[in-house]
Design a protein around this ligand. Sequence first.
Ligand code: AMP
Ligand code: MG
Length: 341
Amino acid sequence: MITRLYRAEEEGSLEACAKLLRDGALCAFPTETVYGLGANALLPHSVRRIFEAKGRPSDNPLIVHLADSSQIPALCAEFSQKAELLCQTFMPGPFTLILPQKDRFDAVVTAGLPTVAFRVPSDPVAHKLLSLAGVPVAAPSANASGRPSPTAVQHVLEDLDGKVEAILDGGPCSIGVESTVLSLAGPVPKLLRPGDITVSQIEDVIGPIEISPALLRSLQEHEKAEAPGMKYRHYAPKCPLTLLDGSPEKALEWLMANQISKDSYLLCQQEDRDLFKAYSLILSGSHQDPLSQEQALFASLRKLDERQATVAYALLPPDEDRFRAVRNRLLKAGGFQVIHL
Ligand code: AMP
Ligand code: MG
């Protein structure tokens, strides 16, 4: 298949991509979080092709993307006051809400679950595309399954060129990690995936929420994944990645004490350039700026593969709410292999 690359600033490109989506083709598009791979959520045959293009396991459900949150109440079985408050506060934005479903979407979208995930992107290109398409668009991240999510069109081309009809280039993503996923399907609101919208921001709106234990450690064999995506290896570079949990100074001490080869790659923050200058560095944002780390994270993980790293280490950000998304993605990328310093 020949993949056609459209540029968002070119006249008629959004209209063309919207028509492709409506008519059942696959089109990757930019959002404020990461690039998504979209299909018309009302056409099961098209949605099925997303799983083929990505190599995604079929039991991992997709998020339904809408142009406007006012469409959600009609598409779910139960729309509580909490749901309304969350939609008002965080939509459009990097936030996904899981609600009880109302037989509107085929099992290929929801993986047969009784629930469905909704998101309304704030990125202007995504918003315009969804408005023009006029249909709900099912979209996971536009990467090959298991690889780091795409935050620039180049990443989408690396993974999906020749596998989808179209890719819409809208420049780099402004946030860089996937949306915060909150489920309202159970008795207590539960965080299933941390993102740029933090737990404290959500709790300010609806009071205390639960945090899924799967976010802090790998799932045990007998455990059921609350978001099926939790159980898959994700974001992983090809080489082993070990995570260092502590200050940069302690990390350096550990690297030296353990005679870690100077050929090893180290993902750290830009302020640490001098401290770790003996190693091969990939600088990934700044210490006091969670957004800068979110923006840089997936491109940094892809760089390990580009440079054919054979061993890599990454500094984990502190265990604080504002760094929860970056910490979670790094924990997954490293298979929860942590050295506590
Ligand atoms: P991605 O599309 O790559 O951003 O991944 C979407 C995430 O949302 C995955 O971890 C899914 O397992 C999760 N998800 C989507 N729909 C549901 C649902 N109905 N219930 C629980 N998790 C969901
Ligand atoms: Mg994904």
